[in-house]
Design a protein around this ligand. Structure first.
Ligand SMILES: C[S@@+](CC[C@H](N)C(=O)[O-])C[C@H]1O[C@@H](n2cnc3c(N)ncnc32)[C@H](O)[C@@H]1O
Length: 171
């Protein structure tokens, strides 16, 4: 499996946690709608897990979303675009249908992370291997685009919203 499973062939399930050094510079979040049941650290003030099914719940406030990857990922990105306030972590596969539907013309900025991050196991250990692929952060809402600019995590590309989307800007 390649990046459709997650970023690397060795990352065969969804339980790969965002490195704290990526989360910390982005500031605090109100909700992580797709968090592990047992987690070594909080990613937001509130969390939904697969037991809640985060997609079926109302979302609130500033959302952090490192979604389950593969075919499920687009559902989470669509929800982020509709919600309009938060930051998502996804593979930097800029040519994909998901990127065209949910990032280009829908988001406010995308940050291309410098290097390949090492994700963490649910017990907090850092993987020995890196993501094996490029990773980006996608900001929905102007304040989240500003947070990407301040973070120092990589190069930020502002995105002009497509006029036809009619998305609200809650950020
Ligand atoms: C790539 S991990 C990211 C975890 C965490 N958000 C982070 O940034 O460190 C994706 C998480 O989504 C969870 N998940 C999978 N399906 C879910 C669902 N329907 N509702 C909520 N969480 C789900 C998985 O258990 C996994 O912990």
């Amino acid at each position: 499996m390649g990046m459709s499973a997650h970023q690397s062939p060795r990352m065969k399930n969804d339980e790969w946690l965002t490195p704290p050094e990526i989360l910390a510079p982005l500031g605090s979040f109100n909700l992580d709608p797709c968090a592990p049941v047992v987690r070594p650290w909080d990613t937001a003030a509130n969390h939904f897990t697969f037991k809640d099914d985060g997609l079926s719940k109302p979302w609130h406030g500033r959302v952090w979303c490192n979604p389950p990857f593969g075919r499920e990922a687009v559902k989470w990105l669509r929800r982020m675009a509709e919600h309009g306030n938060g930051i998502a972590l996804i593979p930097a596969r800029t040519e994909t249908a998901m990127f065209y539907e949910c990032v280009w013309g829908r988001a406010d900025a995308v940050l291309f992370i410098k290097g390949r991050p090492h994700f963490h196991y649910v017990d907090g250990r850092r993987a020995d291997f890196n993501s094996g692929a490029p990773i980006c952060l996608v900001a929905y809402g102007k304040r989240n685009a500003e947070a990407l600019q301040r973070s120092g995590l990589g190069i930020v590309l502002p995105i002009e919203r497509a006029r036809s989307t009619g998305e609200k800007d809650n950020g």
